[in-house]
Design a protein around this ligand. Structure first.
Ligand code: HEC
Length: 217
């Protein structure tokens, strides 16, 4: 094992202990390359390359009970890793006044809209850090990096929305915006634009799939 691997392992170990997370998904961003691994997966960890000035982003599944404390630790660790301040203005991610979504949050959205949403889910150009939604949430219907809140239909409470934006519940499009702004480190998508609309419609179907319900994917 190289010295760099060793450093990386130590950094991960430190974050691990600090967050005390249970079933984590780590997306490691190093020099433009992206790696996903579950913590403790030695083979995957050893694959990590270009370890210098890597920024570490973290997505973790945690239990409801631990959500409160962990949300804070997560924000802190994320802020540390990204050099960004914690906390945000919900104005950027909450539905603006007078906006009415062009997708249905109960489902039954056109196949074409879902296909477009799926394409965007894999699109790294949406972020400023080289990540796509799929890097944290899985490819080919693998569905990962979600907390158990996601098993309920929208709108519902999401720890990231509550902790970072003071939102008591979020709609699917608001959740897309939250992940755009926080883990994707990008500007929110245009409200009512086809990107946000189709990603939100896609997320509604993924929600059903994760909940084990009939879906259109
Ligand atoms: C760097 C990792 C990362 C990336 C990239 C990312 N997310 Fe997330 N996402 C998370 C984390 C962490 C959570 C868990 C938030 C929580 O439960 O508090 C989450 C939760 C979610 C949820 C479920 C929230 C719920 O419980 O209802 C959805 C939907 C979602 N993300 C969509 C997206 C979409 C769409 C994109 C791309 C535009 C994206 N995410 C990109 C980390 C990421």
């Amino acid at each position: 094992m190289s010295q760099h691997d060793e450093q990386r392992r130590k950094l991960l170990g430190r974050l691990n202990r600090r967050l005390a997370y249970t079933a984590p998904l780590l997306a490691l961003v190093a020099g433009g390359g992206v790696l996903q691994a579950s913590a403790g997966d030695d083979a995957a960890m050893a694959d990590v390359t270009s370890p210098s000035d890597a920024s570490l982003m973290l997505a973790s599944n945690h239990t409801e009970g631990a959500a409160e404390a962990q949300g804070e630790a997560e924000g802190e660790a994320q802020g540390e890793a990204e050099g960004e301040a914690e906390g945000g203005d919900s104005a950027a991610v909450a539905r603006p006044e007078g906006y009415s979504p062009a997708y249905s949050e109960t489902g039954d959205n056109p196949q074409q809209m879902l296909a477009r949403g799926e394409a965007l889910y894999y699109d790294t150009s949406l972020s400023s850090n080289g990540l796509a939604c799929a890097n944290c949430h899985g490819s080919n219907g693998q569905d990962m990096g979600y907390n158990s809140t996601f098993e309920q239909p929208f709108p519902h409470r999401v720890a990231m929305g509550a902790h970072q934006f003071g939102m008591s519940a979020v709609h699917a499009d608001e959740m897309v915006q939250i992940c755009m702004v926080v883990p994707m480190a990008a500007e929110p998508l245009e409200w009512g634009g086809e990107a946000l609309t189709s990603l939100a419609a896609y997320v509604v179907e993924v929600q059903k799939r994760v909940a084990g319900e009939p879906h259109d994917l």
